[in-house]
Design a protein around this ligand. Structure first.
Ligand code: TYD
Length: 267
């Protein structure tokens, strides 16, 4: 049976219901004591720079902060990341066959499952802040929006992989592809070389997610200067922390857990 989602007192996630049709994941509103923030956006929008600023800022406010990323936030994840971004080569050095869309989604989910179990949950349980450079929304945007899997498939996989752990806040750094590709340096990896159309679809998928989850996902214009982008994030994070402090007596929750989505309508 599905039920409406009950937001926690100060969480920004109102409703992790992604699928247009079919089952509705149910949030148990289980509180986690730490602060969980993710940064998202197409490649080249400056997430890493902003993540570092956010880390320094939260530290300056007295928090212990874990800056991490997906894929590759654990030792296992580093190996999975290599497979995902560079593919697999045969013994003679020639590329093996392409990673299929389902395999790709499973590899990202495997990376995430390990990351959440090994890094994110323990840090949140200790009351620390976790800043994650990409999280579930990247799978929803890239694997569901840009490849041929449904949003349902990818959502359920990620919810299962993470036990339904969602960030309290997600900053979506948005910029058009022409601008972001100008900023990319170095050799294009497997995904970056997928082309402009793929990225425009992915960008739109991120924007659609932001419309679907307006309380959790804040869209930031990433074509502005680094300082301006940071000012927008800082203003929002200050408000988030103040709200958290006010509500700490009620739940203290600054990450959100929802019950894993079921594939066939019963959660
Ligand atoms: P990375 O070099 O870390 O990109 P960026 O610096 O822009 O974050 O490569 C991560 C790539 O993996 C990026 O192209 C997006 C992709 N990705 C997915 O397709 N699905 C996912 O779930 C995640 C986390 C990343």
């Amino acid at each position: 049976m599905t039920q409406p989602v009950t937001p926690t007192a100060n969480s920004a996630v109102a409703d992790p219901t992604l699928p247009q049709q079919g089952p509705v994941p149910v949030a148990s509103a289980a509180p986690m004591p730490g602060l969980f923030v993710s940064l998202e956006g197409v490649d080249g929008v400056g997430k890493s720079t902003q993540a570092q600023r956010l880390q320094a800022y939260l530290q300056s406010r007295g928090m212990r902060v874990h800056l991490t990323r997906e894929p590759g936030g654990t030792e296992l994840g580093v190996i999975v990341r290599g497979l995902l971004l560079h593919g697999v080569t045969r013994d003679d050095g020639t590329p093996a066959s392409d990673i299929s869309p389902r395999t790709e989604a499973l590899l990202y989910a495997a990376d995430r499952a390990q990351h959440v179990a090994q890094v994110v949950r323990p840090a949140l349980a200790a009351g620390d802040a976790v800043i994650c450079d990409r999280y579930i929304d990247s799978s929803l945007a890239y694997q569901a929006g840009g490849r041929e899997l449904t949003a349902d498939d990818v959502l359920h996989l990620s919810e299962w992989a993470t036990g339904g752990l969602w960030p309290a806040r997600t900053y979506l750094l948005d910029m058009d592809y022409q601008e972001s590709s100008r900023r990319l340096t170095g050799e294009a990896d497997r995904l970056e070389s997928a082309g402009a159309a793929f990225f425009e679809r992915t960008r739109q998928a991120f924007l659609d997610l932001a419309q679907r989850f307006p309380e959790r996902i804040k869209v930031i214009d990433a074509s502005a200067s680094v300082d301006e982008v940071w000012a927008a994030i800082k203003t929002d994070v200050d408000a988030l922390l103040d709200a958290g402090a006010q509500n700490a007596g009620q739940s203290g929750s600054r990450a959100v857990e929802s019950a894993p989505a079921s594939a066939e309508g019963g959660a």
